[in-house]
Each structure stands twice: as C-alpha cells, then as structure tokens.
Design a protein around this ligand. Structure first.
Ligand code: NAD
Length: 236
C-alpha cells in the first residue's frame, strides 16, 4: 500500500498506437464491445472472441512505450514503496518500459496471458495465437480463454484497488473515461487528486480533482511527475 496511486486507462497507450474504445463510439478496433468483451461471449461467440484477442496480442507485439509509460516506471523505481501503479490496460507497454511484474497490477487482465476456464491456472503465452499455444489446459484439460476481465465478470484484482484507495493520499488518473471505474469517487476518497485525459468525460466530475490536465499524456506527464515528487518530498 502506498501514499501515491497511479491509475491508468487506455488513453495512456493511445500515443503508442493502441486504440482506446470510448473514443470510437463504443467500438474497439471496429468490434462492438458486446460481441467480444461481454460476460458470456465465450459461450455465444467463442471463435470470434478468441480471434479478436489473438489479433490484439499480435498488434501489441511491435508497439513501444511512450514518454508517459517511461516516466511513470522511472518514478515507481525511484520511490518503490511510496507509489503503486495500477492499470486497466491489458497491453504490456509498462512492462516494455521496464516495470517488473510485481510493480504493476493489471486490474482487467493481460493480453499475453491465457487462463484455464476450469482450474483458473494462468499461462504466459507471449504474442502467439491462443490455439497455437494449446487447445486445452495442460493440467485439467478444460478450455482456455484470454486472461481478460469482460464486462459483467468479476475482477478479483479490485480487492487490491480497494486496499490502495484506503491508504493513498494522492491519486493520479491518466487516460480513462471513467465509464468502467468511478474515478470521481476515488478522487472524493483521496486527499489530493490529479486527472489527465484528452477531454472532459461525461462519466467524470472534474471539480473533485485538485489538478486537471486536458492534454496528451506525453505532454502532461512531466508536470504530473513534478507534482508527485514534490508531494512525496514534503510528506516523507
Ligand atoms: P476509454 O477508451 O474508455 O477512455 C479513454 C480515455 O483516454 C478518454 O477519456 C480519453 O480522453 C483519454 N485519452 C485518449 N487519448 C489520450 C492521450 N493521448 N492522453 C491522455 N488521455 C487520452 O478507456 P478506459 O477508461 O481505460 O476503458 C476501460 C477499458 O478499456 C479497460 O478495461 C481496458 O481494459 C480496455 N481497453 C484497453 C486497451 C489497452 O490495454 N491499451 C485498449 C482499449 C480498451
């Protein structure tokens, strides 16, 4: 648990060429969310859902982290015990920027992983297609699925989010529309708060935030990091 919680969403990876979905009318890479990101998709639309995540996995292989990912990783490594990094993103750009597995929490899953639908075991598969990795769980023989939290499914890592929210004194929100996580409420809970998005969102009341940046993450991140460092230096 840390004094500073950095919580990111799809917007932080937009400048690295990975599409967000709220910015394109509820579509993600031209797919309707309800077709490939909803609880039950794997029962009603299994092949298309698998294919969609196979394509997302291949897509991120060549993508590289941007300045915002890199500065956040540097900050985390400078203040390892005082900063927690949680992301809604399923891409691996923080990892490519050098963050270690135990320094980040992917609240909504991770594209490079599959999960067994029977025993819940997790398999790191890199960037390959699901069926090229395995047709079934090597341990229990159940079907495998992308390790992604679909809408309407439980998100076990929210327990960590709750613990962090109870402890943090400054929350930094970057690149999320607030449609999935109620970031206004998080700002209400926390002493100080920073919001960075491209533009206002109808799901966020920015009047609750101490500082608001409507700008590209790569442009806002320098000032955000300065604010966090000053906050930590004054409270340590
Ligand atoms: P979202 O698509 O709903 O909203 C994107 C937000 O980012 C918007 O508020 C927009 O103003 C902001 N934004 C866009 N470009 C930006 C930039 N350059 N700098 C700063 N902000 C920018 O994203 P969300 O709230 O994270 O959506 C939730 C779900 O979307 C997550 O569960 C996530 O798993 C999924 N998702 C993830 C990825 C990814 O991993 N890269 C991509 C698409 C969707």
């Amino acid at each position: 648990m840390s004094k500073v919680l950095i919580l990111s969403g799809a917007g932080i990876s937009a400048e690295s060429g990975i599409s967000t979905f709220r910015d394109s009318d509820g579509l993600w890479e031209n797919h309707a969310i309800e077709d490939v990101c909803m609880a039950g998709c794997l029962d009603t639309n299994e092949e298309a859902t698998k294919k969609f995540y196979d394509a997302r996995r291949v897509d991120i292989k060549a993508k590289t982290p941007n300045y915002a990912h890199k500065l956040i990783v540097e900050l985390k490594q400078k203040y390892p015990n005082d900063i927690s990094v949680l992301t809604q993103n399923v891409d691996d750009l923080f990892e490519k920027a050098g963050i270690a597995d135990n320094e980040i929490v992917h609240l909504h899953g991770f594209l490079r992983e599959l999960r067994c639908r029977g025993c819940n075991k997790i398999f790191e598969i890199g960037y390959v297609n699901q069926d090229n990795y395995a047709k079934e769980c090597p341990s229990c023989k159940s079907k495998l699925r992308p390790n992604i939290v679909f809408f309407g499914e439980p998100a076990p890592k929210y327990e960590i989010l709750t613990q962090e929210l109870n402890k943090c004194e400054l929350i930094v929100i970057i690149g999320t529309s607030g449609n999935v996580l109620d970031v206004t409420y998080f700002a209400q809970l926390t002493g100080k708060s920073i919001l960075n998005n491209l533009e206002p969102s109808e799901a966020i009341d920015d009047s609750y935030f101490t500082k608001v940046y409507y700008a590209k993450a790569t442009e806002a991140i320098g000032e955000i990091v300065e604010y966090v460092e000053e906050f930590l230096e004054n409270t340590l």
